[in-house]
Write a protein of this length. Structure first.
Length: 319
């Protein structure tokens, strides 16, 4: 039986921040095309321990968001190739991500495809902010700005994971200042779904799953790649992040809707671009819900809520 990490001391537990770029929003149907892991060991600094493009073994998609093409991943390793290395750097860690509900689904799906059926404990940096009373949930860029952390949204996994790592260091100091010592104490601050995962054990050593290491990675974080970022792609990626942030719980407040509308205007996105993104979000959720060839009452209610959210944000399918 899993003993979990609920009663572990936060300051003594390694944390691994993950960030994925993918071909879309639907785990299984969509695949990971880039992975980065920033690990923070007890009393240590945030360190980038894995950064590579991944060949999804399917046609590339969402290039307008992440900028990765078929040519970029032609010689990159497959997920099955790097799975052992990934599990190795995640070994004994609590997993974190800025939008954990997105990344943990892809992590679990990709690991399951190579025989790893184990969901590790995890938490969300986006929700850790309100948990610690540091402000409302917001996109990574705004959270970094509020704490003086230099960050430019690029949709490059390593850059995003490193920024999230610096942000986590701020949050961990705030938790310590408030006397929050264990994950159980952290979970009592607010009831979020990820708190339930604190009863799970971290990922074991990759040998448990007969996975081996990998050394031939394919990173795009060199200076040349970072200096040629298409402004339109940055704008689309920024709106995409804002959209994912406010629909994470399918409950968009008037304030959040106003913020997204303001962001859309600031970025200069056209009505066609907005409709395209909203349609992709809605289609992805339908695809996930209908994977078992049925949509139950709970899923139908969630679809109606999502439709209302997207409508509030400017457009929903059918309008």
């Amino acid at each position: 039986m899993a003993s979990g990490i609920a009663h572990r001391r936060i300051c003594e537990t390694p944390v691994a921040i993950i960030d994925f770029e993918t071909t879309g929003l639907t785990p299984g149907a969509d695949r990971v095309v880039e992975v980065a892991v920033v690990r923070i060991d007890p009393q240590g600094e945030a360190s980038l321990v894995l950064d590579t493009l991944v060949n999804p073994m399917r046609r590339m998609a969402a290039s307008e968001i992440h900028g990765i093409s078929d040519a970029d991943v032609a010689n990159a390793p497959r997920f099955a190739d790097i799975a052992g290395e990934l599990v190795g750097v995640l070994n004994d860690c609590v997993i974190a991500a800025y939008n954990i509900y997105f990344d943990i689904k892809f992590l679990n799906s990709e690991l399951f495809s190579v025989g790893v059926d184990h969901e590790p404990p995890h938490f969300c940096l986006m929700y850790l902010r309100p948990m610690l009373g540091l402000g409302s949930r917001c996109k990574l860029e705004i959270a970094c700005q509020s704490h003086g952390i230099t960050y430019q949204p690029t949709h490059m996994a390593a850059h995003d994971a490193l920024a999230a790592g610096r942000l986590l260091s701020v949050y961990l100091k705030e938790a310590e200042r408030r006397g929050i010592r264990t994950f159980s104490e952290l979970g009592k601050l607010k009831t979020y779904k990820f708190v339930e995962s604190f009863h799970q054990d971290p990922l074991p050593h990759p040998e448990r799953f007969r996975l081996s290491g990998w050394t031939r990675f394919c990173s795009r974080t060199d200076v040349a790649a970072a200096s040629h970022i298409d402004p339109e792609r940055v704008a689309l990626g920024t709106y995409w992040d804002a959209l994912k942030t406010v629909i994470a719980d399918l409950d968009v407040t008037d304030e959040e809707a106003a913020e997204v509308a303001s962001e859309r205007e600031r970025l200069g996105l056209s009505a066609e671009q907005v409709r395209s993104m909203h349609a992709r979000v809605y289609a992805s959720v339908i695809q996930q819900f209908s994977a078992d060839k049925r949509i139950d009452d709970r899923e139908a209610r969630q679809l109606r809520r999502l439709h209302r959210c997207l409508s509030t944000l400017g457009w929903a399918p059918g309008e």
